[in-house]
Structure formats: C-alpha cells, structure tokens
Design a protein around this ligand. Structure first.
Ligand code: PLP
Length: 432
C-alpha cells in the first residue's frame, strides 16, 4: 500500500512506515494513493461471509501487497474476535452494536487491529516503540487494552483531567504493565496538541521511536470499514439501499465507511451526527470549515473542536463542498435533546443507548424523513450504555448493570501522573 500526505509536502511511504510514523513530517495525514475495488464476486457472496471473513478479504485487497495472507488472517482473526449484532429498533431502523469488544466501545476495532499489525511489523525489528495517545475518553483504554503486554511497546495515554467519566478514568488508569496514564490539566484539544508537538519535535524524534495511536493512524481506519460491509451483508436481502448514521468526533469512524464505499460497497447516503461541537454539520450547511475550542457535553467522546480526520473526510468525498453535501447530511443535538432521545427510545422501543448512540439514532431518524424512497437505516452504536451510567440511568429512570469487565476496573485503584499542558514537561517525561 502506497500512502501520500494530504499536505503533499512529504514523500510517499509504504504501510509499515505510515503505521509507525503516525503523522507525515509535513503534519498532514497519510492516505492511500489508491483504494482498490473489491471484485463483484465478493459482493455476490457477501451475505454468506462472517465478519472475520469479510475483514480478511477487505484487508487483503488493501494491504496484501505488503503483508502476507497468512499474517492478515492471523491479525484479523485475533483482533476481530467479538460479535457485532445488528438490532432492529423500529421499522427500517437498525442499531449496529460496535461495543462488544473488551473496552465496550467501537475503538476496540481500530486499536486491536493496529496493535497486531504493529506487532507483526516489529517481529523483524529490534527496536522499542513508544506510543503516545490523546484520549477524550474511550480511545485511550481501547488502545491500552489493545497493546497490553505486547513486547517492545510502551504506551502513554494523555487524558484531560476532570473531563472524562469516572468509569472511563478508571479504565484508563488501572491497566498497569506497559501502560501509563498522564492526567493533563487542560482539554482534550490540549492533549491532542501535546501529542502532535511531541511527534514534530526534532529532539524527541532523534532519540526515541515514537508513534501515534489516535484515529490519525491509518491502521485505525482500515478495520473501521469492516462493519459497514458486515451490516450490508446482513441487510442486503431486504433489497433496499443503505443509509448509515455515524456519531462523530474526529471523523475516523465515518472515514471507515467512506473507504468501504470507495471499495465498491453500495451506500446510498451518510449522516454525520454530533453534539454541540457541530463543526462538520456547520461545514456541510455553509461550506465553511471553522474549528473552535471544544465544548463539554454528555457525549464526551465527541467533544472535538477541530476534527483531526477532516482532510481525509474531504478527500474521500472528492474534495469539494458540493460533493460532500450530496453524500453526507449533518445533524447535531444539545445535551437536553440527547437525554430526551435516550428516554424516548427506551420508553417506545425498550432499547437503551449511550449518549453518542442516541445522537446516531436521532440523526438517522431526521435524515430519513428528508430522504426520498425506501431505505434501510443503520445507526452505529459506538459505546455500551453502562459506560455512561449517570446520564443513562437518569434518562431512563432505571438502574443499568455494569458488565463484568467494567466492574473489575472500577474496583481497582487509580494510578495517574499529573501534568500541566506545558509541552516541556511532557518532553522531559518522554526523554527520561
Ligand atoms: C471516539 C468515539 C466516537 C467518535 O468517533 P470518531 O471516529 O472520532 O468520529 C463516538 N462515540 C464513541 C463512544 C467514541 O468513543
């Protein structure tokens, strides 16, 4: 796989280099120079394929020139070892539950796939790799769990102090082994900025092998296309075109769907749904992309004021506002609307959703009412509701039971290193 930088000022690289670099030196984002089509025969038999089988075919088509078939099979079978149920919530409205992995959020797909791909590349190397990851809640624990115990890899998670839920914080700070958590006095955007600075710092680059595990890493995007194919496989016999609604923050998940489209998956329309950080819905409405400082919401994994995958989103859609508008609708909801949605869907359909997923449901409903023709609508359920107990229990007026995996980390003691959002302090920590 050959990749270019979206800023076009860095040389093209292969997958291995893109995965370990994370970001190109010109501070753009790596994108494949060519996204190959899957053969017609794949789509003809797709309804017979399991998720790991689909994952294998998609990955082979994308990176088969660089990774052997046997390695790809081992990577996808080990990484994608959990279910993705498609639940009918209402007529023509389905929930694609992406939260049945170890950290109960969809980021397990990206993190588990990337860690195994890196471990594959490192088998032939002698070096140690330091992974820096900024998290607004769920990325950090998914990445850390994905890399837990992987030899020659050290993981440092940066998270904004006081801005993640108690359960999320426990998940980030109780892992141990090769995983450390830095509690940053600042916002998620500060954390993301610190990580970017570290990657661009010449001093650090000359002394340490660093890499990123945020959704800017191309290895995170590949597995985020698998479940779009899987949802298609499960609904193709309904005979109606598919509309996907994706609760979005950094837009990595939605880019996974756009990659699937480019590989030939017939998707009629996308909905980009978010919270009060409505930078992309506003872009879709006005044509102006205006990043802003993030604001805190109850759907905090999407509290992103400057979506990092936006250049990829734009390029996958052809680069022009008109083309974007034709293929993607933008929707956004306030905190009070999110609570009402959770309550309404619980009352009417007995289905419990996390705040992000609720945004996905409502974005789909509103977009469907504007689209013509019969369609099958699928919203992505990005996290288990138990990860947001306070909000969800309040909205549905019921207790929800914590899954065993979550309870285990809640019972452990928090271990974090407190730090200001001053870069020099982080630099000292990395070089120590
Ligand atoms: C990260 C996350 C999102 C946003 O995904 P992006 O790929 O950043 O757009 C949505 N919901 C949950 C629960 C998340 O953890």
């Amino acid at each position: 796989m050959e990749l270019y930088s979206t800023k076009h000022e860095s040389p093209n690289v292969n997958l291995e280099e893109a995965v370990f670099r994370g970001l190109p030196p010109d501070n753009g984002l790596y994108m494949p120079t060519n996204i190959p089509q899957l053969p017609t025969s794949f789509f003809e038999k797709i309804h017979e394929l399991s998720l790991p089988e689909i994952a294998f075919e998609v990955t082979k088509t994308l990176i088969g020139d660089e990774v052997s078939e046997s390695a790809i099979r081992a990577i996808v079978e080990d990484a994608i070892n959990f279910e993705v149920p498609l639940i009918k919530v209402e007529k023509d409205v389905y929930s694609l539950e992406l939260f049945h992995g170890p950290t109960l959020a969809f980021k397990d797909f990206g993190a588990r796939f990337m860690s195994r791909l890196m471990a594959h590349f490192l088998e032939k190397e002698e070096k140690e790799i330091h992974i820096l990851v900024a998290t607004s809640g769920d990325t950090g624990s998914a990445v850390a769990q994905g890399f837990l115990g992987v030899p020659r890899i050290k993981v440092t998670i940066l998270y904004p102090s006081g801005k993640v839920s108690e359960i999320q914080e426990k998940q980030l700070t109780t892992i141990g082994q090769n995983i450390a958590a830095l509690e940053i006095d600042g916002t998620f955007d500060d954390c993301q900025k610190l990580v970017k600075q570290a990657f661009l710092d010449e001093d650090i680059r000359s002394k340490k092998h660093m890499t990123s595990a945020n959704s800017i890493n191309i290895a995170r995007l590949i597995p985020q296309s698998f479940y779009y194919f899987n949802a298609y496989a499960k609904t193709v016999q309904l005979g109606k075109p598919l509309v996907f609604c994706v609760p979005s923050g950094n837009y990595g998940n939605l880019c996974g769907g756009l990659i699937a489209t480019q590989m030939g998956l017939p998707i009629k329309h996308f909905v980009a749904a978010t919270n009060a950080n409505h930078i992309v819905p506003s872009y879709i409405e006005t044509g102006n992309f205006e990043p802003k400082p993030s604001v805190k919401t109850i759907a905090n994994a999407m509290d992103v004021g400057n979506p990092s995958n936006f250049p990829r989103f734009l390029s996958l859609l052809g680069g022009e506002w008109d083309a974007v508008k034709a293929q993607v609708s933008g929707k956004w909801y306030s905190d009070s609307e999110i609570k009402e949605i959770i309550q309404k869907v619980y009352t009417e359909s007995n289905y419990v959703m996390c705040p992000h997923t609720a945004i996905g449901y409502q974005g789909l409903k509103n977009a469907l009412s504007e689209l013509s023709g019969e369609v099958t609508g699928v919203f992505l359920a990005t996290a288990h509701p138990a990860k947001f107990t306070d909000v969800v229990e309040n909205a549905i007026n019921q207790k929800i039971v914590l899954p065993q995996r979550l309870q285990a980390s809640v019972d452990k003691e928090k271990k974090s290193i407190k730090m200001s959002n001053n870069f020099e302090q982080l630099k000292q920590y990395i070089l120590a």
